[in-house]
Ligand binder design. Structure first.
Ligand SMILES: NC(=O)c1ccc[n+]([C@@H]2O[C@H](COP(=O)([O-])OP(=O)(O)OC[C@H]3O[C@@H](n4cnc5c(N)ncnc54)[C@H](OP(=O)(O)O)[C@@H]3O)[C@@H](O)[C@H]2O)c1
Length: 199
């Protein structure tokens, strides 16, 4: 399969590339580097990415930013960061790609554990992750031509503990290779409309 991996240069994306590269043709997409670059907060940039890449069988997104921080001072502007990037950025990858993807293709987005298992300061990301999961459930029944959509919802990743460990006290970190296998299951299996939780 020809598989686009948006976020291929990140912690989870690199593991997804390692998992799938032996079996598939991958197009590695990052923000600043990669075979192709994109800014998912811009629909023009996403459209340009699809035009550059051409026909494809699957798109995996392991990207998207959101605000994390003190709830007492949380503002609408801070909430909007995750809506524009992790939520609408990933949704726009689907909206702009759904006519271009080949029959029987698949989209796999990334959400996260915070929609189910919150941590202090994570309300904005809890909202975004729940939104992604909801979009996947709804879009799955409307996609045509045998096209599927799933989300992988990882727990905090072991390889990211230097960054996120202080915010996820008591959580069991997940090895990134396990998260990558959930993307394999979504793309190489037949699941549709599922949230693949890797906690
Ligand atoms: N790591 C965890 O513990 C964990 C747990 C649960 C969920 N998640 C979710 O998984 C996703 C990936 O996390 P990660 O830790 O692998 O992130 P990461 O290491 O920071 O990598 C982010 C990736 O996204 C790309 N990117 C950044 N801004 C972009 C933009 N505006 N448009 C397109 N691409 C952009 C980066 O490209 P460049 O390298 O070129 O900047 C990079 O490839 C995020 O949505 C995160 O919320 C992560």
């Amino acid at each position: 399969m020809k598989i686009i991996v948006v976020g291929a240069t990140g912690t989870i994306g690199r593991a997804v590339v390692e998992e799938l590269a032996p079996r598939h043709e991958l197009v590695k997409v990052g923000n600043r580097s990669g075979d192709v670059t994109v800014d998912i907060t811009s629909t023009a940039s996403i459209a340009q990415m699809y035009e550059t890449i051409g026909a494809f069988d699957a798109l995996i997104s392991t990207t998207g930013q959101g605000y994390f921080g003190d709830f007492a001072s949380l503002t609408e502007t801070e909430m909007a960061v995750g809506i524009q990037s992790k939520l609408m950025g990933q949704i726009n990858l689907v909206l702009l790609g759904r006519q271009l993807i080949r029959d029987q293709g698949s989209f796999t987005l990334t959400s996260g554990i915070l929609s189910q298992d919150p941590v202090p300061g994570g309300a904005a990301l809890s909202m975004v992750n729940a939104g992604i999961d909801g979009f996947v459930v709804g879009a799955a029944i409307d996609l045509t031509r045998g096209i599927r959509i799933n989300a992988v919802s990882p727990g905090v990743v072991l390889e990211s503990m230097d960054l996120y460990g202080p915010y996820f006290r008591g959580h069991d970190p997940v090895p990134v290779a396990r998260v990558a296998r959930a993307f394999s299951k979504s793309v190489e299996g037949r699941l549709n409309g599922q949230i693949l939780r890797v906690y």
